[in-house]
Design a binder for this molecule. Sequence first.
Ligand SMILES: [Mg+2]
Length: 314
Amino acid sequence: MSDSISLGPGREFDVIRDLVRRWGESARGIGDDAAILDVPAGCRLLASTDATVENVHFRDGWLEPDEIGYRAAAAALSDLAAMAATPMAILVAMCVPEKWRQHLAGIAEGIGQASRSFHAPITGGNLTRASELSLTVTVLGYAAHPLGRDGARVGDVVYVTGALGGPGCALDAWVSGRQPSRDHRARFARPSPRIREALWLASHGATAAIDVSDGLLADAGHLAAASAVDVCIELDAIPAMSGASPLVAARSGEEYELVVTMQAPVDEHLFAREFGVPLTRVGVVTAPREHTPRATLRSHGRFVDLPAGHDHFS
Ligand SMILES: [Mg+2]
């Protein structure tokens, strides 16, 4: 178990030992009271935490245990991507009811997959009994020049990574008692934090970024508010997955793609070749039209209202 310190006797420690064994080289320094990490000289430390709760973020039967673990870690790592930070460590606090005990190994396997994929070792955590399954994943990363939400300027170009709408379609299907399509389901179950893509964008003139967790328009609205600008998005330019309308794509949350404002247009083909993921120009940053800066949606020169989405868990 790499450089981990030995744990004492006891059932809880047996479980933790099993998890650490499963994680192999991904687990580092577990067993001491706190993890010790070095931040590269000249860099800032970035920290973010994200909770995944049964019956709030997913329902039993939607996801396999490894997908629950992977998704929880990927969602947390996406917040580092949004800041153009390089992951350093993952810490996991797991609250596990008795009925989920048998699936703990699967959940841990998924967390380990995310850890390996994004080179973020698991350096600590906590395990406790609870009445509902929840995973709280804390991620630490570093960046010499973190990318905030507040750097967008009038005249910047707005881009989005990937193709949107998959998670929205998958949730709609599950909530209506249908099985989602394989592609839509995969986008919900196995999101891909855009870590390397963010570093590329940051080095090519990105001024601000946010990851799409609430929906493209909603998250662009958060960026607009932080930067005190309007973000104008062309509905028909939004890259939508097959089976998702542009409106669904504008509203679909938990995408973990990035919305980025750039000083000038960049080579989208180069980006797609490098990462195998599309980069699409979807809009422009303008001066606020009204007192409150916001994100707006336009189609053929007219403003479009995004119909309110239904609450999947109401
Ligand atoms: Mg975020």
